[in-house]
Design a protein around this ligand. Structure first.
Ligand code: ATP
Length: 257
């Protein structure tokens, strides 16, 4: 089964060390939540994995092949990236926006074929934007735009999806629907690495949680093992009793109401 392998990853930005000597192994078939406080380095990690920013040290490999030795097109078909809070400037239709996800897979003439149309339709259905297909992407609400952009990332049909806060602007119904979609496509055989600040959704839907603080992995495991009250207190600097959504694992004391 396909797998991501990261060894000794170091990234500097603006002269500061943002990621430090980070090791990570993740296999297709799992929805992995990437959690941690603001500024911990979560987006930096996803951007480094896609090689959108230079790395200072370390190696990133997919299926044993270092990304550094792949062409940009090959990398784009292995690792699909859904960036955080993207703005859209051109009034192209949602269908055209989602079709752009197929770019790394198109031939030299750039023509959309039958297989591409099937992938685009499936991606729009999965992200619940099929009914918006002919709307101008610039006219969408924040949540609709987030789902259209997710559809574009899904249309790549890459074996790995790196999603930066895919539920950030979604209402509860769509947030749950998108987490269900991410879990389903993971179970179908993809690796999904999703950044989120929603502890409740992460606990409920993720197979595994990686908690990052100050550029280092401080916990990695099943949700209840990774998100202990002690760790949440240390990393987020809040009293876990005030957190909504997240509930302590059964062996912990119940939260006061
Ligand atoms: N281009 C840059 N130049 C300098 N510093 C940067 C740059 N981009 C990010 N940083 C810094 O790197 C650190 C990690 O940023 P990153 O966006 O990875 O955090 P994050 O964990 O995704 O945070 P959030 O939850 O707020 O999205 C932050 O301190 C940020 O200010």
């Amino acid at each position: 089964m396909s797998a991501l392998r990261v060894r000794g990853l170091g990234v500097d930005l603006g002269g500061a060390a943002i990621l430090r000597d980070l090791d990570l192994d993740a296999r297709a078939g799992a929805l992995v939540g990437l959690l941690g406080p603001n500024g911990a380095g979560k987006s930096t990690l996803l951007r480094a994995l896609c090689r959108l920013i230079p790395i200072r040290s370390g190696e990133i490999a997919w299926d044993g092949r270092p990304l550094a030795r792949m062409s940009a097109r090959e990398r784009a078909t292995r690792l699909a990236f859904l960036p955080q809070g993207q703005t859209l400037h051109w009034p192209i239709s949602v269908r055209r926006l989602v079709e752009l996800g197929r770019l790394p897979r198109l031939g030299p003439l750039g023509r959309i074929g039958a297989a591409d149309e099937v992938a685009v339709a499936a991606a729009m259905a999965a992200a619940d934007v099929a009914h918006l297909a002919e709307r101008a992407a610039t006219s969408l609400s924040g949540g609709e735009r987030a789902r259209a952009l997710l559809a574009r990332a899904l249309a790549v049909e890459a074996p790995a999806l790196l999603a930066d806060e895919p539920t950030a602007s979604l209402d509860p119904h769509h947030a749950v629907a998108i987490m269900e979609t991410l879990r389903r496509i993971a179970r179908e055989g993809r690796l999904v690495l999703a950044v989120t600040h929603d502890l409740g959704l992460a606990q409920r839907f993720c197979d595994r949680i990686i908690l990052i603080d100050e550029g280092r992995i401080v916990a990695d495991g099943a949700p209840d093992a990774a998100l202990t009250p002690e760790r949440l207190r240390a990393v987020y600097r809040v009293d876990p009793a005030v957190l909504t959504g997240w509930t302590p694992a059964r062996q912990d004391q119940p939260r006061p109401l």
